[in-house]
Write a protein that binds this ligand. Structure first.
Ligand code: F2R
Ligand code: MG
Ligand code: MG
Length: 349
């Protein structure tokens, strides 16, 4: 599709929801045999095997709040977004939220709260969360703003409402940038795509705060850049095992151990893989491979799905998958509204 086409918007938002719904089956599993992944996915195509809708989790619940807030306010509004997060949590607390972020969401519902960023700052004895909760809901920022500067600024602020550690909010920036560049067609050249992300993150991780957080957590000087360099090395390998991906990049709940992993899944699945059915398109391969990693599968598949969906477009998603995932049809409708907002903002510049 052409750059920033409606098909790419729909692909990004819908595939993010699918990754979350389909990935929920394996979240927390240590080992996931590829046969189990394929059996789970083939169940989506077979109406006789389906027992009901696959429900979305916190990843989609919060992304939906981001989307609705960006649309209602035609841009970023921290008060409105915080209110939506709190309201969504209190209406549906059983969506599998992280154990820390629940405290933030409860505090955000307090009408006397004057600074909506304060509850996030209080997390983990004032160090803030480095979980991937900011990143898992970051894709809509890339679908609302055409300028990378706005994407970075708003993805950061949106994440700061719950994640004040730079290793949390910088993961959200990286995820939003990956969707942003994918939407522009940058995955046509995988080397340029990864180089661009590294160049962006070099700047993002340049701050004193990021360096300090990395020192405290005993990470590399620029942790996301270091991981992206590992992604680049792995991309060049012809035969890479699931174990090596997990060892090098991680599959955990920290943004650092999941956002670069999701980016790798997309890059690795651009071409057919021996371990996956030849009938699968790139988007199906990306979701299947993300699930086979185990660990934080709903979130890795959600993030990889959004990046891949922005590249391949809505036409590559099997309609039967859309039908069995809660919230996928809503996402399809919302994508159209975001597309209008994105292009309206471009014209207004
Ligand atoms: N929470 C889950 N899955 C676990 C089980 C859910 C199960 N289905 C159930 O219902 O019981 N999934 C979701 O959580 C992830 C996003 O989490 P988020 O929003 O980042 O939450 P939080 O609490 O801020 O961080 C997650 C955990 O990371 C550790 N952590 C973060 N910062 C830390 C710090 N500074 N020091 C020490 N630990 C830190 C903590 O263990 C947090 O609880 C997604 O996977 C989503 O799907
Ligand atoms: Mg989840
Ligand atoms: Mg998860």
């Amino acid at each position: 599709g052409s750059q920033a086409s409606l098909s790419r918007f729909r692909g990004a938002l819908v595939a993010g929801v699918l990754g979350d719904c389909v990935g929920g089956e394996f979240e927390g599993a240590e080992e996931v045999p590829m046969e189990s992944v394929l059996a789970h996915l083939s169940g989506l195509d077979d109406e006789t095997k389906r027992t009901g809708e696959l429900e979305y989790s916190d990843d989609t619940a919060m992304a939906r709040c981001v989307v609705q807030s960006l649309l209602a306010k035609t841009g970023f509004d921290e008060q409105d977004m915080a209110r939506r997060f709190a309201k969504e949590y209190s209406a549906s607390p059983g969506r599998g939220y992280g154990s820390g972020v629940i405290q933030v969401l409860k505090k955000l519902s307090c009408p006397r709260l004057s600074d909506v960023f304060q509850p996030a700052r209080d997390q983990f004895n004032g160090r803030g969360s480095f979980g991937n909760g900011g990143a898992m809901r970051a894709a809509p920022f890339a679908l609302a703003f055409s300028d990378a500067v706005d994407v970075k600024r708003c993805a950061r602020l949106g994440a700061l409402l719950t994640h004040s550690c730079s290793l949390g909010y910088n993961g959200a920036i990286l995820q939003a940038l990956a969707v942003h560049y994918s939407l522009q067609g940058a995955l046509r050249s995988p080397q340029q795509f990864i180089n661009r992300l590294i160049a962006e993150m070099e700047e993002v991780e340049e701050t004193e705060v990021a360096r300090k957080d990395a020192r405290i957590l005993k990470e590399a000087e620029k942790p996301f850049c270091e991981r992206l360099h590992r992604v680049k090395e792995l991309m060049d390998k012809s035969n890479i095992s699931i174990e090596e991906v997990i060892l090098q990049l991680g599959n955990g709940i920290a943004a650092l151990h999941s956002v670069p992993t999701a980016i790798f899944c997309v890059l690795h699945c651009l071409k057919p893989l021996e371990c996956l059915p030849q009938s699968y398109g790139g988007l199906q391969r990306t979701i299947a491979f993300s699930l086979a990693l185990g660990g934080d599968t709903d979130t890795i598949a959600c993030m990889a799905g959004a990046i891949a969906g922005a590249h391949y477009g809505i036409e590559t998603i099997p309609p039967s998958w859309i039908k069995c995932c809660e919230g996928a049809e809503d996402a399809d409708r919302d994508a159209e509204r975001l597309h209008t907002l994105y292009h309206r903002m471009t014209k207004d510049d």
